[in-house]
Structures are given as structure tokens and as C-alpha cells.
Design a protein around this ligand. Structure first.
Ligand code: ATP
Length: 443
């Protein structure tokens, strides 16, 4: 695998305006829109991620990472295929294979369904094959969740969104950057155990176990808690299980429990998981099972998108002005002033923003949040999310020293433990926000 290099080295020649015609917007991530487009030469439909670039934008690093990984994973059928990358007038376009079923999360949300055991096993088999490929190439995905697994009518499930992936330079190297979506984060990603040099591939296995629960229950464990609280909860609570284990097979329960072992070393590798009885079951008829799911869901999703577009048009007509719901605000912790960000993350995966080194916090829905609110004043108010305080709750911590999250965790653990009995799991009953992300970079 080559390393990321400069962004320009990844840009293909040719005029994208001549090569592609936009059909429709199919999604919105933290960095920009995703549209279906038609390739004017081949007449094939592709998905294009549109990203507005600023010269020397600090997001470039994670984009480079995503493009490099996509380019290098062309031969794996369990990873979304990359077709090229173009730049025009500061707009970066990443051209990818189009997966007509959208993400597993799209299917669950738009069709208001949870997956059956057979469907879960089929999807998990495919994710695990994708992870076997990535891990054998020394890549951590670092953001495994239903929103990052795309499906198509052929019956394939594919891993996408490598914005937060990292190529490990060598197998001995362990990650020092805490990154991902909090509900899916492993205990060791949030809080590196004493004496440990970082985290490794086993962090993806934890997220896989959480994704299995997410597909069965429609949401990951602790989803009733806000994304900030959850990073203080995961390291200190017992491993999550299915809410009603008796409703599911013993093989599925066992799969979850081995993935969610709090001791990372004891979790199986992706390759070992291929031999698990639940995953072996998933391998059988997987294409037919996924294809049936996608084919059944597409008309409902089309109808959902049509209704949504109508509602949005209506809302625009009656817009009162001001900051829109879901708008991301960038908080300058030096001046304590908020500015509206350009893009929003629909499931808040990964947002990287400029930081002065003292802490950059990004929240949605017009909340004014400072790093103080977030880092130091962790009190009861911060725990509640029942009132719909925010929708996507993406948080970025950028630390100056190598251990401030650790220090915060120690401080906040005490406060959290005091409150745990008071407020336990009573927040966010309405499922008011989608997920939220926390990125903490040790510099
Ligand atoms: N190749 C694709 N085929 C079909 N749909 C896609 C494809 N890529 C993205 N999408 C849709 O667009 C949405 C946004 O994708 P994107 O990768 O930009 O962001 P995300 O993963 O949702 O969020 P974030 O950028 O915060 O991680 C996805 O949730 C999915 O619904």
C-alpha cells in the first residue's frame, strides 16, 4: 500500500462536467453531498461525493486517506469500488460505485425496520470479509457501523467511508488517535489501558459487535445517552448484550459476546470470525437474502425520499431564517463565538475542524457550546438528551498534550459515577439525535 502523498497526486485528468451528469442527491455526510450521476460515456450510474475544498484545508489529510484507501482496495468485492477523483473550481469529486440499496442504516430508518437474524448474518459475513482484507493490508477501518455498510440489489454488502481509516505502517504500530463514532467505540479506543501502547485491529471487532446489535435493535447500545456521556460510560460499564437475548439464537448471542469482550486481546480476529457458526450461516444464501431485502426496500425508500424532498421544499417556503435545525456550528474556543459550518453529517461520523490546540467543539442545531461545556463542566445538564437538545452531536476534541482525554476521563469518571444512579439511562427517550462523533487527536 502506498501512503497518502499530496492530494494533487490523486486527482485524475479530464473535465468532470463533461464526463458526468448529476441525477439526484442521495445523501449528505460531514464533508459534503453524495449524488448519483451518470457517466456520459459508459451510461453507467455512479455515486459521486462532492466536497468543497479550501486550499490547504486541514480536512485534506483525511480525504487523502480516504482516496488512498479506496484506490488500493479495488480488488476487494466487500469494499465500495473507487472509480476516480476530479477537481474543478475547488470542488473535489470522488467517483465511486453506486450501491442502490443505500446504507443498512438508510434501510432501517427509511423503511422503519430492524434486520432479521438471517439478514444480519449475511451482512456481517460481508463486513467480516471486508475487514479480513483491510486488516491483512494493515488498515483499520475505525468507523464500522450500519451507516457505513452499503447494499445493492445484486445482494452485496460493502464497507464504505474510509475517512477515519488509518493505514498502519507496520504491524507493531498501534494507533494513538481516538477517532470514530462514540456509540461504536471500543473501551480501549476511548481510554487506552495503562501500560498499553495504543489500540489495534481488535477495535474494529468491537465496533462490529455493536453494529450487530444496531442491526437487530435499530440502534446501538447506550443510544439513549448523548454522545459525550457515552464516551465516559463505555469503558466503565459491562459489555453490552442484546436487550432480550432470549429472542435470538445462541449463536448470535455468542457472536456478540465474543466481539464485545472488553479485553481486546481476547476478541477474535476477523479471519477467526469467518469460522464462527453464526457467520458460516451468514455465508449461505447471503446474496439472495441481501438482494431480497434491498429489492423490497427500494420502493419504500424512493417514496420516503420523495416525501422528504416535498417537506423540505415546503419548509424552505416557510423558512423563518436563522440557523437551520441540524446546522453544524464551529465554536472558536478562543473567542467563544460560533460560526455556521458548510456541511452537516447526517449520522455524524467524522468531522475534523481547525483547532487552536485548546479544543474545538462542533455541535448541531444552533447550540452554543464551548470546550468548557464539554470538557470540564460535565454535570447533569450535559447528560440529558431527552429534550432534543441536539440532533447529530458531533464533537471534536483536539488536545495539546498526549493525555488530556485520559485526564478528563479520570476527573469525569468520579462525577459520572456519582450521577450514574441518579440519571441512569433515562435520556434521549425519543431518539432525538442520530449518532454523533468524537474525535480526539493526541498531538
Ligand atoms: N457509493 C454510494 N452508493 C450509494 N449511496 C451512497 C454511496 N456513498 C454514500 N452514499 C449515501 O450517502 C450518505 C452520505 O455518505 P458519506 O460517506 O458522505 O457520509 P456519511 O458516512 O453518512 O457521513 P460522514 O461523512 O459524517 O461519515 C450515506 O449515508 C449513504 O446513504
Amino acid at each position: 500500500m502506498s501512503n497518502s502523498g499530496s492530494l494533487n497526486a490523486h486527482i485524475d485528468q479530464g473535465d468532470p462536467e463533461q464526463m458526468f451528469r448529476v441525477l439526484e442527491v442521495i445523501g449528505q455526510g460531514s464533508f459534503g453531498l453524495v449524488c448519483t450521476c451518470i457517466n456520459t460515456q459508459s451510461n453507467k450510474v455512479v455515486a459521486i461525493k462532492f466536497l468543497e475544498m479550501e486550499p490547504d484545508n486541514e480536512n485534506n489529510q483525511s480525504l487523502r486517506r480516504e482516496i488512498t484507501i479506496l484506490k488500493n482496495t479495488a480488488e476487494c468485492p466487500y469494499i465500495v469500488q473507487y472509480h476516480g477523483c476530479y477537481l474543478k473550481d475547488n470542488n473535489l469529486m470522488i467517483v465511486m460505485e453506486y450501491c442502490d440499496g443505500g446504507s443498512v442504516l438508510d434501510i432501517m430508518q427509511m423503511c422503519q425496520i430492524k434486520l432479521s437474524e438471517r439478514q444480519i448474518a449475511a451482512v456481517l459475513y460481508s463486513i467480516i470479509e471486508g475487514l479480513v482484507y483491510l486488516h491483512s493490508n494493515k488498515i483499520l477501518h475505525r468507523d464500522i457501523k450500519a451507516g457505513n455498510v452499503l447494499l445493492n440489489q445484486e445482494g452485496k454488502a460493502k464497507l464504505s467511508d474510509f475517512g477515519v481509516s488509518a493505514i498502519l505502517v507496520n504491524t507493531g504500530f498501534k494507533q494513538k488517535t481516538v477517532v470514530g463514532s462514540p456509540y461504536w467505540m471500543s473501551p480501549e479506543v476511548i481510554s487506552t489501558p495503562k501500560g498499553s501502547s495504543g489500540y489495534d485491529y481488535k477495535a474494529d471487532i468491537w465496533s462490529l459487535g455493536i453494529t450487530a446489535i444496531e442491526m437487530a435493535e435499530g440502534k446501538p447500545p447506550h443510544f439513549n445517552l448523548n454522545p459525550i456521556k457515552v464516551i465516559f460510560v463505555i469503558p466503565f460499564r459491562q459489555s453490552p448484550t442484546l436487550e432480550t437475548p432470549g429472542n435470538w439464537s445462541k449463536e448470535f448471542n455468542d457472536f456478540i459476546s465474543i466481539c464485545l469482550n472488553k479485553e481486546a486481546d481476547k476478541r477474535p480476529s476477523a479471519r477467526e470470525l469467518l469460522d464462527h457458526p453464526f457467520i458460516k450461516m451468514g455465508k449461505q444464501d447471503k446474496d439472495a437474502i441481501i438482494s431480497e431485502l434491498v429489492t423490497d426496500c427500494i420502493p419504500i425508500m424512493e417514496e420516503y425520499r420523495r416525501r422528504k424532498a416535498e417537506e423540505e421544499e415546503e419548509e424552505e417556503t416557510h423558512s423563518q431564517g436563522g440557523v437551520e435545525k441540524g446546522t453544524l456550528l464551529k465554536i472558536n474556543t478562543v473567542t467563544n463565538r460560533a460560526t455556521v459550518m458548510n456541511g452537516t453529517g447526517n449520522d455524524g461520523t467524522f468531522i475534523q475542524h481547525p483547532g487552536s490546540g485548546t479544543g474545538t467543539v462542533v455541535f448541531s442545531r444552533g447550540n452554543t457550546v464551548t470546550s468548557d461545556n464539554c470538557n470540564n463542566n460535565y454535570d447533569e445538564d450535559d447528560e440529558e438528551n431527552g429534550g432534543g437538545d441536539f440532533d447529530t452531536g458531533s464533537v471534536v476534541f483536539k488536545g495539546e498534550t498526549g493525555s488530556s482525554l485520559q485526564e478528563n476521563l479520570e476527573k469525569l469518571k468520579l462525577q459520572y459515577e456519582k450521577q450514574q444512579h441518579k440519571n441512569d439511562d433515562s435520556d434521549n427517550e425519543d431518539g432525538e439525535f442520530d449518532s454523533g462523533s468524537v474525535v480526539y487527536t493526541k498531538e
